[in-house]
Write a protein that binds this ligand. Structure first.
Ligand code: GLU
Length: 299
């Protein structure tokens, strides 16, 4: 059994990341499993090596360890290219020339998470039209989603299903600037890194049917999934990087690592009163049954 940390190093970690990292680690380690670290630094505009270094220092400060060296997505372009090529050979990829404005105009809202469903207008271009447009515009590459219901059972959220064509629409696998999309990278990496258990925030629940379908197409195994409830700010918003007062840098000025871990453990219902505790001490207390299922306000 192998779990993973998959932070996006686009800034300092915040409470929401710490929550997912601690629980992913506890789930793996309490089952005697391995834990790997992947830095999701695909987007060159947002990610920097110094952020990667900081993420690793922060995990260590909390008392969370991992096996082997860190894996950087930015160094794995060749693996993504091969998977992309395999999908291309299966005939499920097409170039999309829509600009951002055209895309928005051509989209209906996504059922579950409010993002847009692309209407597939570039799906129907002829080979000649594609060739002609290629001369002036660099396309993004989309996958042709099937009218197929993809269902799975989440460890915390229970049954979840999406009809990919209707609920999600044709999604991007490679951006027009050449960067491979998260959805593709994550399935290739989880398989290559031997990840058998994915534990992450429920903001990614609706990505899972896409990932399961890509795994199928690429002949990769399916990990199990557990999507954690989200921590909300007192006004009901999701915690985000812009909430500077919940960044680890700020938190470190107020809490020791065991105090912070204790707060998270209390929220996870692994302990029943505030106390300072280390991740290692929490291992025997961890259980999926205890974890809260719904989103909740932090502190
Ligand atoms: N890199 C993503 C994030 O930090 C997590 C991706 C995943 O767990 O699949 O939100």
């Amino acid at each position: 059994m192998t779990g993973r940390f998959a932070p996006s190093p686009s800034g300092r970690m915040h409470m929401g990341n710490l929550w997912s990292c601690l629980l992913a680690w506890l789930s793996a380690r309490s089952a005697g499993g391995g834990m790997v670290l992947r830095l999701e630094d695909l987007d060159p505009d947002r990610c920097r090596q110094e952020y990667c270094d900081q993420v690793m220092r922060d995990l260590e400060w909390l008392g969370l360890d991992w096996d082997g060296g860190p894996v950087y997505q930015s160094k794995r372009t060749e693996q993504y290219r091969q998977a992309f090529q395999s999908l291309e050979q299966q005939g499920v990829i097409y170039p999309c020339f829509c600009t951002r404005a055209e895309r928005l105009a051509a989209s209906a809202p996504h059922r579950s998470d409010g993002t847009a469903v692309y209407d597939g207008r570039c799906r129907h271009l002829t080979a000649a039209e594609r060739e002609e447009t290629m001369k002036t515009r660099r396309p993004a590459w989309r996958v042709r989603t099937p009218e197929q219901e993809i269902a799975f059972t989440d460890r915390l959220q229970g049954g979840y299903a999406e009809n990919l064509a209707r609920d999600c629409g044709d999604f991007i696998l490679r951006r027009s600037d050449g960067v491979y999309a998260y959805q593709l990278a994550v399935v290739v990496d989880d398989a290559d890194m031997g990840v058998t258990q994915v534990v992450r925030g429920s903001d990614l629940l609706s990505s899972t049917p896409r990932q399961l379908w890509l795994q199928e197409r690429l002949g990769l195994p399916h990990p199990t999934y557990g999507h954690l409830p989200l921590l909300l700010a007192p006004d009901g918003r999701r915690l985000a990087k812009r909430d500077r007062d919940l960044e680890l840098g700020w938190l470190q000025t107020r809490f020791t690592a065991p105090e912070l871990v204790g707060r998270l453990a209390l929220a996870a219902r692994l302990i029943d009163r505030p106390q300072a505790i280390t991740p290692r001490e929490l291992i025997p207390l961890f259980s999926w049954e205890r974890l809260p299922r719904g989103d909740f306000v932090w502190m």
